[in-house]
Design a protein. Structure first.
Length: 126
């Protein structure tokens, strides 16, 4: 079986996150089970980082070193692509901070993070 491309792998992460989010169930406008929301959020955010790592690898070539913090990602993206930096900031706030760290159950916030994640992944589609 051939090794998946970073794009394919990021899409797989996002599909896994969507599948996990389905298990959370809905209670009105919010998700019902925080455990599944947190798991889905961190999985989707992992897809974001995978995609941005690949984007930076393509842009920086031999100079590429894996970023060590969100600030490192932001600084490097500010030099490469401000739109992508803005998408990262939004995905970070919705998926990592609100979804995973703070444990929001707001479907609006989580869906916004997923939309940003898909936009980010499209940057590495070949």
């Amino acid at each position: 079986m051939p090794t998946p491309t970073p794009y394919q792998e990021a899409l797989r992460y996002l599909q896994n996150a969507k599948d996990t989010l389905q298990k959370a169930g809905k209670d009105g406008k919010d998700y019902a089970d925080i455990k599944y929301v947190k798991t889905a959020a961190v999985t989707a955010y992992s897809a974001v980082l995978l995609a941005i790592d690949e984007y930076l690898r393509q842009k920086e070539g031999n100079r590429y070193k894996k970023p060590k913090s969100i600030e490192d990602y932001q600084t490097r993206l500010a030099k490469q692509n401000k739109t992508l930096k803005s998408l990262l900031n939004s995905a970070y706030a919705a998926l990592h901070l609100a979804g995973y760290y703070h444990g929001t159950t707001s479907s609006k916030i989580i869906q916004s993070g997923f939309e940003d994640a898909y936009k980010i992944v499209e940057y590495i589609k070949n």
